[in-house]
Ligand binder design. Structure first.
Ligand SMILES: Nc1nc(=O)c2c([nH]1)NC[C@@H]1CN(c3ccc(C(=O)N[C@@H](CCC(=O)O)C(=O)O)cc3)C=[N+]21
Length: 226
């Protein structure tokens, strides 16, 4: 597999980044393109993501990919949400009929995960609640979760009092605290209550990478027609 990383200076202008993407869109040595987020302030993220050819959008963040996903059509699924879905299915926790509470509404995790898990599709059929910074009585709602997904990007934000005994807890957080990598869940205390929990590191992060490779393989096989 051929792969290249383009490290650009932090002050790169929008036009230069667009030029690079246009070149990669047209270069048939590359089946997939991922623009690492977040981008610096001088660059408009939405414009950049929309400049990626949908056929190479292995990150699943292009509005065409997300629109197709929302409508339940086959497309590149965003890697972290698809990784969460796979870890649930492969661990025996089909979300169908379950109350999934997602804390966090980012374009890269919370919003697309909600769309994915509510689909009338295998791996979907969940009842989904999305919580965020303006949610009132957050612990009240998280305690109703059969499956609780922490995706707010705040280290240790999900504490044991927020989790129902026997819940399944998915920690999407990747936070660097000093030299340590920690999730959004207060792991030890929550693990004592949960039926199952994903650790950080060694949980959803590696699943995200696996789904990125899976999408890239699909792109190379052209199984996704876009
Ligand atoms: N367009 C875009 N798509 C992304 O998917 C995207 C992004 N931008 N920007 C940054 C975040 C973060 N992210 C991670 C994926 C895997 C690990 C991972 O595998 N971490 C290892 C540990 C790695 C270590 O120890 O440094 C683990 O959790 O076990 C971490 C972080 C993807 N992101």
């Amino acid at each position: 597999m051929h792969s290249e990383t383009f490290h650009l200076p932090a002050d790169t202008g929008q036009a230069d980044l667009m030029d690079l993407i246009a070149g990669l869109n047209a270069d048939n040595r590359f089946h997939g393109i991922l623009v690492q987020l977040p981008l610096p302030d001088q660059i408009d993220e939405a414009t950049i993501i929309e400049s990626i050819a949908p056929a190479k959008d292995v990150d699943g963040l292009h509005p065409i990919s997300q629109g197709r996903m929302l409508q339940g059509q086959p497309t590149f699924l965003p890697c972290t949400p698809a990784g969460v879905q796979q870890v649930l299915l492969r661990s025996g926790y089909d979300p169908a009929g379950k109350h999934v509470v997602i804390v966090g509404r980012s374009n890269i995790v919370g919003k697309p995960l909600a769309a994915l898990l509510m689909q009338r599709n295998p791996g979907g059929n969940a009842t989904v609640t999305v919580c965020h910074t303006r949610t009132r009585d957050l612990p009240d709602i998280t305690r109703q979760a059969d499956i609780l997904v922490a995706a707010m990007g705040v280290p240790g934000a999900v504490t044991a009092d927020m989790v129902r005994e026997g819940a399944v807890v998915i920690d999407v957080g990747i936070n660097r605290v000093g030299y340590r990598l920690v999730g959004d869940v207060d792991y030890d205390a929550v693990a004592a209550k949960a039926e199952a929990i994903t650790p950080v590191p060694g949980g959803i992060g590696p699943m995200t990478i696996a789904l990125l490779l899976s999408n890239t393989l699909d792109a190379a096989r052209r199984t996704v027609s876009v």
